[in-house]
Design a protein around this ligand. Structure first.
Ligand SMILES: [Zn+2]
Length: 455
């Protein structure tokens, strides 16, 4: 009897501790449950589940446990879903997080003018890991605010310290991420990339590695070294391809071809100036493409032939591309992807439609990264990377066609909750983190970077 009483007391104590932990607001971080109850719309992006109305989404630990009506709430934090939309978090397929430090830089220049004024002078400058951290930290919080749960960060890795600061900001963000480490022929890089993979990436279930490089006739050795490293580490290569009008003359495709880098998993950013034959070749090798409409508009790069990519079944997602569009607004990026094609073609049915671009920004990005079995839809068993959007706002209401309104009306301020791996990174409209301090640190870093740029 005494033993049973002891066990009962012990159970009560453990139960109380659990309840207290639930009350701290870090339920999901401790492996708990969250139920979004009675959401007015659940856009699952899973063709088998479709879009549900007045339904629940249950998060258990790091997974989506269930989607449906009347799910049990026992032991779960409950979020009232009335008037709200639940959908997968966004996959930002291409960005440079540190570039928040050069927002608004050289807005009158095209790609090469912008690079020459705002990026390339930093090579050989004392730009530090602390500066990289400050810029990337700001960007990660801004990305979380707009519902981005997975970010693909092409890091310029100006020096080892810079790369470490950049990577630490990604780790601290608690977002899922792909770190594309710009490699090349410098002696420090290959050993550092191997160390980063072993010590940081392989130990963090949210982290993935790619090798970044720039294909061009003047960088054959760099591309070959990068491709060798990518093969050795069994990770994809990540390149800027045919972005500006000047790029085809640098023999980008030829350099990739001769290096053996045109192979499944290669992530090519932009691909604005590809010929039909080049798109055929990219499709034949299962190369994936990041479309960056806001960046292409800002740098006057042109309009990517996204419908032609779709016709070839190329896996295409969308990206924000860091300082080349100045914002981290994925809704704006989706609007631009739809609008660019319509403005060019005068055809409102042209790919991508609002439904298409929602897929590109979620499951499409996941497919391009080879992560579609883990993320990209609210399929039970997948990782709990999702967002809850408030549709009862002046810029969103009333309800007419919510799926279309997600593209045409939504702003980051409408995103109320963001979960990555079951952990809430935006709660009730507020990003988790000391935003004032992050902004102040970014300002100090931007002031230093401006001096290095001589601006
Ligand atoms: Zn880029």
């Amino acid at each position: 009897m005494a033993k049973r009483l002891f066990l009962l007391t012990l159970t009560l104590i453990i139960g109380c501790v659990f309840v207290v932990r639930l009350g701290t607001g870090d339920e999901a971080a401790s492996g708990g449950k969250t139920l979004v109850r009675n959401a007015s719309m659940v856009l699952t992006m899973d063709p088998a589940l479709g879009t549900l109305e007045d339904a629940d989404v249950l998060i258990d630990g790091d997974r989506v446990a269930a989607v449906g009506k009347g799910l049990p709430a026992s032991g779960a934090r409950v979020i009232d879903g009335k008037g709200k939309i639940v959908m997968p978090g966004f996959v930002d397929l291409h960005t440079h997080l540190w570039q928040s430090l050069i927002r608004g830089c050289a807005t009158d220049k095209e790609l090469n003018g912008w690079l020459g004024g705002c990026v390339l002078p930093l090579q050989g400058s004392p730009v530090s890991g602390a500066d990289a951290y400050a810029g990337a930290r700001l960007s990660t919080l801004d990305a979380i605010a707009t519902g981005v749960t997975t970010v693909t960060d092409w890091s310029h890795a100006f020096n080892p310290d810079f790369a470490r600061g950049n990577l630490k900001a990604l780790t601290d963000s608690k977002q899922r991420f792909v770190f594309a480490f710009m490699a090349g022929t410098a002696e420090w890089i290959a050993p550092e990339v191997r160390r980063v993979k072993k010590d940081v990436i392989d130990r963090n279930p949210l982290a993935h590695l790619q090798i970044g490089t720039h294909p061009a006739g003047w960088n054959v050795a760099g591309v070959e070294a990068s491709e060798r490293l990518a093969k050795e580490l069994d990770v994809p290569l990540n390149v800027h391809l045919l972005e500006s009008k000047a790029d085809p003359a640098t023999d980008q495709m030829g350099v990739l071809r001769r290096a053996g880098a045109l192979r499944p998993g290669l992530l090519a950013n932009h691909v604005v100036h590809a010929t039909d034959a080049e798109l055929d070749e990219l499709a034949a090798h299962d190369v994936r493409i990041a479309h960056n409409p806001l960046s292409n508009m800002r740098l006057a790069s042109g309009v990517a032939k996204v419908p032609d990519m779709k016709a070839r079944n190329i896996k295409v997602g969308i990206g924000l591309d860091g300082g080349t569009n100045d914002t981290s607004d994925m809704f704006n990026d989706m609007r631009a992807a739809v609008g660019l094609q319509r403005a060019q073609s005068a055809d409102p049915s042209r790919y991508p439609t609002p439904a298409d671009v929602l897929r590109m920004a979620t499951l499409g990005g996941a497919e391009a990264l080879g992560l579609e079995h883990e993320i990209g839809s609210l399929t039970p068993g997948k990782k709990a990377d999702l967002q809850v959007i408030n549709a009862q706002a002046l810029n969103f209401a009333p309800k007419v066609d919510w799926a279309a309104q997600l593209v045409f009306n939504t702003q980051p301020v409408n995103v109320q909750w963001v979960f990555v791996n079951g952990v809430a990174l935006k709660k009730d409209g507020k990003v988790v983190g000391d935003t004032e301090r992050v902004i102040a640190d970014a300002q100090a870093a931007a002031d230093r970077v401006r001096k290095y740029l001589g601006r």
